[in-house]
Design a protein around this ligand. Structure first.
Ligand code: IPD
Ligand code: CA
Ligand code: CA
Ligand code: CA
Length: 265
């Protein structure tokens, strides 16, 4: 398998998809809801996923595809080469703000991340990595992550996890929020992961995400020495939904030990 060719194709297609999204900005969106009134999807999310599927199937007919909007394959395992595609991560931001969203594209082989691309379309910033070769923001190499302490860290998380909710005992997150230097929520898991990769935030925590939300980010963060697990500190399997905890390695270690170990995540 020529991974450099796959990497080049992935970059070319993600840029072309970005152009399509940019040219949709003056069109009226067709907006629908999925699991609840705030779970939104647009015609553009669907079109972009179908665009990638056509490209991948055209060149790599043996590869499999896992896409958020369901146009890919119905996968029971990650055997072989699998593309994990989130055509627009941060759809709510895309609709309301026309910014703060990204395309997330990853290529895995037998469950191991090989290629990760996250494209911030509005800023024309492509974060990308191929395993073993470091990570880049456009042409610029991203420096390896330095460890931080909780007191000097900015932590990205969604405010709902600190409010009463049906998933966790919300009190469990309060000490971490109190001790951190600050918190941020951007509403786009993919960009929150590249913010960890670039040190703009030091950690990102979420109670529940899907493989297409974190597959590309995991490749990029791990290339820079960061750590990506679920909130119990376990490896992700990239086929199922799970909680997510991404951080530089020192911070990952201390948050896990001092704040998360008693949680039932
Ligand atoms: C969502 C975003 C959001 C996260 C949600 C995801 P989508 O992805 O990443 O930040 O909190 O859980 O589902 O639906 O906009 O692709
Ligand atoms: Ca969605
Ligand atoms: Ca997503
Ligand atoms: Ca999406």
């Amino acid at each position: 398998m020529n991974w450099e060719d796959i990497y080049a194709h992935a970059q070319e297609w993600v840029k072309e998809a970005g152009n399509r999204i940019r040219s949709s900005f003056d069109q009226t969106l067709n907006i629908q809801t999925k699991s609840n009134p705030n779970d939104l999807v647009t015609n553009i999310d669907k079109e972009i996923e179908q665009f990638f599927i056509k490209k991948v199937r055209g060149v790599y007919p043996n590869h499999k595809i896992l896409g958020e909007e369901g146009f890919g394959d119905d996968l029971k395992s990650l055997e072989g080469i699998v593309w994990l595609i989130d055509p627009i991560d941060g759809t709510m931001n895309f609709i309301h703000q026309q910014r703060n969203f990204a395309i997330s594209l990853a290529v895995y082989e037998n469950g191991i991340g090989k290629i990760g691309l996250i494209y911030d379309v509005v800023h024309d910033e492509l974060y990308h990595a191929i395993r073993g070769n470091g990570a880049y923001l456009n042409e610029k190499s991203i420096p390896v992550l330095k460890s931080t302490t909780v007191k000097e860290s900015i932590i990205a998380l969604n405010a709902t996890w600190v409010m009463e909710n049906h998933r966790i005992d919300h009190n469990l997150m309060i000490p971490l929020v109190k001790d951190a230097r600050g918190t941020r929520s951007y509403g786009t898991a993919a960009l929150e992961m590249v913010f960890v990769a670039t040190g703009r935030v030091d950690a990102y925590l979420s109670m529940r995400l899907s493989p297409w939300d974190f597959a590309a980010g995991a490749v990029i963060i791990e290339e820079l020495g960061g750590v990506v697990t679920n909130l119990r500190g376990e490896k992700l399997d990239f086929l199922s939904q799970d909680s997510l905890f991404a951080a530089n390695s020192g911070l990952h270690h201390s948050i896990l030990k001092e704040y998360l170990k008693d949680g039932k995540w």
